[in-house]
Design a protein around this ligand. Structure first.
Ligand SMILES: C[S@@+](CC[C@H](N)C(=O)[O-])C[C@H]1O[C@@H](n2cnc3c(N)ncnc32)[C@H](O)[C@@H]1O
Length: 428
């Protein structure tokens, strides 16, 4: 097995090694230990200052993605290109672009091979849509269509994500919305001066590119984990012929698609907002025409990265509605990240499947930096949606309040892939 070199471009094959759980765990320990060492030896004032200015990194990454720098560098070949050449396609001032690229290169994203000459490395290659600069400039609205979605994810995080993040303190400290559970009283609504919730805001005229990019970005983040994570941890095979899986808030139905491709005996209902369902019909007709039929009597309610979009009040409404529509043998399948506390946690006792492996001391019990993306996502969910990544206990409590009983938890190190399986309370 070969671990990828920092100088080779990313591909699905290059990441194959880390899809093996033992390799993934070894990497997590290394990342956790390395970052803990950095924080131990660096001046605390410098540590805190580095964090307080870290938005410059996100902002630089966003600028470079929007300016199609990765595509220009790929076209320039392995020796790289001078900033004068890179800047030409985007009309950015070359000396400003050089500084933006240099802060990234200093953080191992791109390599400065000679003064003002930059080339790709493995991390920067993730910023490449694979399209030509000419094609992107000819049709900028379609930049992310047909891509794996990781660049869409970067643009999402560094555009509405970063802008909303800038208003976190206002959201938390403004007495009018500080304790709100409403999806339209968020840092995003402050940043974009809107009374709409994120879903309505995305559907506003002028936000077409952002809406489409958001949908494609959802796929991008899944590239970091095993492609077929949805297949594991739930016994899909044992569901009877023509069992109906309702993909609640299913987007274009990409999870249902993966299930349909692997379990031909299942039928699917993909439920979402009207505008999204229009895209879903195209997506399905293109790949599995006739596979989705609208039916009642759900065998499974699948909530794939849904509850994390909503505050507790709204999750309770969603879960109650599903409970009302459930038959005695309906299964509830919640797929989301499960967030550990940063300390030891005995609240997990009695929940089947959530035992945490012990990590070597003095690493943090949640593995610190190697798990940091979960906590970034949690805060981002708060700023954009008033949503929340939850601990296993928090999910269990929401289920118990709404007539569902947890029967199994299937933790997954992959982002957004842990499963909590429930059944209607009085039939368990
Ligand atoms: C984070 S995405 C998850 C999509 C899909 N489950 C997946 O994992 O690929 C959340 C989805 O919820 C949908 N959504 C938001 N509000 C909704 C509502 N009121 N009814 C149905 N779907 C909704 C959004 O349009 C979006 O597709």
């Amino acid at each position: 097995m070969e671990f990828p070199s920092p100088h080779t471009p990313i591909s699905l094959e290059s990441e194959a090694a880390r899809m093996q759980p033992e390799v993934d765990r070894a990497c997590a320990l290394i990342i956790s230990a390395a970052y803990q060492l950095i924080t131990s030896v660096r001046s605390p004032i410098l540590s805190i200052t580095a964090v307080s200015t870290q938005h410059t990194l996100s902002a630089s990454l966003g600028a470079v993605a929007a300016a199609n720098v990765a595509e220009a560098l790929r076209e320039a070949g392995p020796k790289g290109a001078h900033v004068n050449e890179i800047a030409r396609a985007s009309n950015i001032d070359p000396s400003k672009l050089a500084r933006v690229l240099r802060v990234l290169a200093t953080n191992h994203i791109f390599v400065e091979v000679a003064p003002d000459v930059f080339t790709h490395n493995r991390i920067s290659s993730c910023l490449d849509t694979g399209k030509s600069v000419k094609d992107i400039l000819a049709n900028p609205e379609a930049k992310h269509i047909g891509t794996l979605g990781q660049v869409a994810g970067v643009e999402y995080g560094t555009d509405e994500g970063l802008k909303a993040g800038g208003y976190l303190r206002d959201m938390l400290l403004d007495p009018k919305i500080a304790k709100s559970q409403e999806p339209n009283e968020t840092a995003l609504s402050l940043a974009f001066n809107t009374k709409l919730d994120a879903w309505e805001w995305y559907e506003q005229k002028g936000n077409e590119y952002r809406l489409q990019r958001f949908g494609i970005a959802l796929e991008g983040i899944k590239q970091a984990g095993p492609r077929n994570a949805i297949l594991e941890g739930f016994d899909w095979k044992s569901l009877k012929q023509d069992a109906v899986v309702v993909d609640v808030g299913g987007g274009v139905g990409s999870q249902s698609m993966r299930l349909a491709q692997n379990f031909s005996h299942l039928r699917f209902v993909v439920q979402d907002r009207e505008q999204i369902v229009k895209d879903a019909v195209e997506f399905w007709n293109g790949q599995l025409p006739g596979a989705v039929k609208s039916q009642k009597n759900a065998s499974v309610f699948l909530l794939h990265t849904i509850l994390h979009d909503w505050s507790d009040d709204y999750c309770i409404q969603i879960l109650r509605h599903l409970r009302d529509a459930a038959a005695p043998d309906t299964r509830l399948l919640i797929v989301d990240s499960l967030l550990p506390y940063a300390c030891e946690d005995d609240s997990l006792e009695g929940i089947a499947g959530v035992e945490r492996p012990a990590h070597p001391k003095p690493l943090l019990p949640n593995l610190g930096h190697s798990a940091t993306l979960l906590y970034h996502a949690d805060v981002q969910m708060m700023t954009i949606f008033n949503g929340k990544e939850r601990t296993p206990k928090q999910v269990k409590e929401l289920m118990e309040q709404t007539g569902w009983k947890v029967v199994q938890v299937h933790p997954s190190p992959a982002f957004g892939s842990a499963k909590v399986i429930g059944v209607p309370e009085n039939t368990a």
